[in-house]
Design a protein around this ligand. Structure first.
Ligand SMILES: Cc1cc2nc3c(=O)[nH]c(=O)nc-3n(C[C@H](O)[C@H](O)[C@H](O)COP(=O)(O)OP(=O)(O)OC[C@H]3O[C@@H](n4cnc5c(N)ncnc54)[C@H](O)[C@@H]3O)c2cc1C
Length: 81
């Protein structure tokens, strides 16, 4: 079966890998002319790392991957504008 996927973000690329592993032919269409970095990095939650692991992709897929520092939630005053 041939599948067409729109967009080349991490979500869709992960889906494309899963579909290809399931035996489907996948074509990806991305509207931007070039892929580039935005933001400070990409935080992968535990569930995302589990999903990548099931596809055979290492949880730390890059030597640039880092464990984020522990964070905490501090309740503050709610503001409405
Ligand atoms: C400015 C900015 C900074 C960020 N910084 C961080 C950060 O520091 N850390 C972090 O964890 N997350 C950050 N994020 C969030 C992170 O980018 C997203 O959570 C993540 O990329 C979402 O992945 P995705 O695959 O769902 O979608 P996306 O990465 O948005 O991918 C969707 C892709 O589909 C393409 N597309 C959409 N419509 C079409 C169409 N009609 N035809 C063809 N292609 C199409 C888009 O061009 C895009 O490439 C940031 C987001 C932004 C906007």
């Amino acid at each position: 079966m041939r599948t067409m996927i729109i967009g080349a973000g991490i979500g869709v690329l992960t889906a494309a890998i899963a579909l290809r592993q399931a035996g489907l032919e996948v074509a990806i269409f991305e509207r931007t002319a070039e892929l580039r970095e935005i933001g400070a990095g990409l935080v992968l939650s535990a569930n995302a790392r589990k999903a990548l692991g099931k596809l055979g992709l290492p949880a730390r897929s890059s030597v640039r991957a880092r464990q984020p520092p522990p964070s905490s939630y501090v309740p503050g005053e709610e503001r409405c504008s």
